[in-house]
Design a binder for this molecule. Structure first.
Ligand SMILES: Nc1ncnc2c1ncn2[C@@H]1O[C@H](COP(=O)(O)OP(=O)(O)OP(=O)(O)O)[C@@H](O)[C@H]1O
Length: 610
């Protein structure tokens, strides 16, 4: 089994993968654009741009030499070639850039989709609860551009290397010593790669600050947050914190950029020296009568082009570096998805009917990165066909227990058995198909009412009768009567015509979604009435009795997590969780007679309503 704490190690979690794999990822990214013809056109264009560049240099020399000799026909032909090559250079450069932009846009969208898909393919949710993961995902979702740019940059590098070779040949023609000048570009190009790594590091170190700033500023446009911000008059304070986070992030990025610039500049020192020496040498040669006016002009032009080409090569090397780093990130995500899937390699078929129930023995669980275990040796039997309530103070571990039962996390030690089969041996998709539920932070799915509820059972999500029944089971049919277009009404503010719901109404929609499953083996109701008024809560529990009866037919378990003791007392069995362990288990009548925290909490709550 893969250790979940290794899935996302501390520090920079993205290792460098071998070059072969990096290149394979770049290639796959370009092919995701679905236009291999466009890439071939781009390669042809860059070849033409390169050849046209060399032709311009030669033609300029021909023009000057022809004019100096009075060979006007020769000079005119050279001028015609220069003009034609200039046109080819400009037109092909334009097509090349357009092909690049179009491909980058398509690939960008697809890489974003791939990233979301890979994230979703991980059966558990460990990875979603780690900030380092969030940082990498945020960088990856914008990764299409850098990947495509890197692929194009490799073609650019080949073209630039060829142009520099031509420059070497042309300079050698003027004077063999001049051939050394292009070689002095090598450190500039190599150090450009190093400079890019400073920029990459700064992007990773500043990612958390960028997320903080985004989160805080995002609150300004969120209606619920806006209300609290007005009541507490904390907008300025949050704005300042957001600005601080931005400033910190900008400072980190600037530091990376300054380091990159310093490293990059060091590489240029040699080249600038060589460039100056080269120009002086050509002038000296001309003065000695060994170089023509055309030679001077061509050498000067080639040296100027060389500066441009080396500069482009340095920038392109940085782009290749950024793209390869993005490829590392993509490989990291794909590997994490594989490793996460390996944790869920079970294939056993869950039972259709529960006979014994679910047993937890010696279950320990610590969240990745957390100092303390949340569940610390839990032994518990959830009997088949019963309604079980879990109670405990805030932070006792109730939701965590639910997450383990749903297979969102795996225990670090101990076993969870479903009718004697380890949950880890069950096919996770098959197990999830036998679950239903609603969670504390329930989803406000902004879609038509039909789909917002129907998503609880995608196979029948378009079936109005099924959705209508689920709404009835959740005591939410009255909502249907209020919605102007019935089930076709869009819910939420995403839609201009959308029907905004109250917090309790959204929760009822979430409960209805859970009720789409006709007979789950485990129906999880984690704080399903937290947002409901007492009348709605009571009505809902009456419906739950019906739901529980249905679930019970096949031995299913209704698991209720609640702080509302009026609801909890109706459960067949009440489990009291305390500090990650089981404090007590029994019926309401059993527990109320014992001197434990259940009786204390129940009496406190009852007294508050007396
Ligand atoms: N993703 C997480 N990473 C690290 N620690 C977590 C995470 N989720 C929960 N915890 C910690 O685990 C403990 C138990 O949390 P859990 O949500 O299971 O409690 P709970 O009993 O459901 O609480 P409540 O009644 O407030 O809903 C808490 O101390 C919490 O801080």
């Amino acid at each position: 089994m893969v250790d979940k704490h290794q899935l996302i190690p501390d520090g920079d979690p993205v290792p460098q993968v071998p070059l072969r794999r990096r290149l394979a990822i770049l290639r796959a990214a370009v092919l995701r654009g679905g236009r291999p013809g466009r890439m071939r056109t781009a390669v042809l264009m860059i070849v033409l741009v390169t050849l046209a560049g060399a032709a311009i240099s030669l033609a300029v020399k021909g023009m000057v030499d022809g004019a100096a000799d009075g060979s006007w026909g020769y000079a005119l032909t050279a001028a015609g070639i220069a003009a034609f090559a200039f046109g080819v250079n400009a037109a092909c450069g334009r097509v090349y850039n357009d092909a690049h932009d179009a491909l980058a846009a398509t690939v960008g969208a697809r890489i974003n989709t791939d990233t979301v898909r890979l994230t979703n393919e991980m059966p558990g949710t460990d990875h979603l609860e780690r900030p380092e993961y969030a940082d990498q995902i945020a960088l990856l979702r914008t990764g299409g551009g850098p990947l495509v740019r890197a692929a194009f940059s490799i073609a650019d590098l080949a073209s630039l290397a060829f142009r520099i070779l031509i420059a070497v040949a042309l300079l050698g023609w003027v004077h063999p010593l001049l051939m050394i000048v292009p070689l002095l570009a090598v450190p500039a190009v190599l150090l450009a790669g190093k400079a890019q790594s400073h920029i990459e590091d700064a992007a990773v170190t500043s990612a958390e600050r960028v997320r903080t700033a985004d989160h805080l500023h995002g609150l300004f446009t969120h209606p619920t947050a806006a209300m609290e911000m007005r009541i507490f008059d904390c907008a300025d304070a949050l704005d300042r914190r957001s600005d601080e986070a931005w400033r910190d992030a900008a400072a980190l990025k600037l530091r990376g950029a300054v380091r990159a610039a310093a490293v990059g500049a060091a590489g240029w020192v040699l080249l600038v020296g060589g460039y100056t020496g080269g120009l002086l040498l050509v002038v000296a040669e001309a003065r000695a009568g060994r170089a023509s006016a055309g030679d001077i002009l061509m050498a000067a032009q080639v040296l100027i082009q060389l500066r441009g080409n080396v500069s482009a090569m340095a920038a392109t090397t940085r782009q290749v570096g950024a793209g390869l780093r993005m490829a590392d990130r993509y490989a990291w995500l794909a590997d994490r998805a594989e490793a996460a899937k390996a944790q869920y390699a079970g294939t056993a078929e869950p039972p259709d009917v529960l006979r014994d129930g679910i047993r937890l023995s010696g279950v320990h669980f610590t969240y990745p990165g957390a100092p303390q275990p949340t569940l610390d040796g839990v032994d518990l039997h959830l009997p088949a066909g019963r309604t079980v309530a879990i109670v405990g103070v805030n932070g006792a571990g109730k939701t965590t227990l639910v997450k383990l039962l749903c297979g969102f996390h795996r225990p670090d030690a101990g076993r969870i058995e479903v009718d004697g089969t380890d949950l880890a041996d069950l096919g996770i998709a098959a197990w999830r198909a036998r679950l239903s539920g609603t969670f504390q932070g329930f989803l406000r799915l902004e879609a038509t009412a039909q789909h917002s509820v129907g998503a609880g059972r995608p196979a029948v999500m378009d079936d109005a009768a099924e959705v209508g029944e689920a709404l009835a089971r959740a005591d939410a049919e009255h909502l249907l009567a209020r919605w102007p277009d019935g089930l076709a009404t869009p819910l939420g503010r995403t839609y201009r015509e959308g029907e905004e719901l109250s917090g309790g109404q959204w929760q009822k929609v979430a409960v209805a979604r859970a009720m789409m499953h006709p007979q789950p083996l485990l129906l999880v109701l984690d704080e399903p009435t937290a947002a409901l008024d007492p009348i709605a809560e009571h009505a809902l529990y009456e419906r739950y009795v019906g739901a529980a009866a249905r679930v019970r037919e096949n031995g299913g378990i209704v698991l209720l997590v609640s702080h509302r003791f009026s609801s909890v007392r109706m459960a067949d069995l009440i489990v009291v969780l305390n500090a990650g362990g089981i404090e007590d288990v029994g019926s309401h009548d059993d527990l109320i007679g014992r001197p434990g925290s259940y009786a204390r909490m129940f009496r406190k709550q009852a007294a508050a309503f007396a």
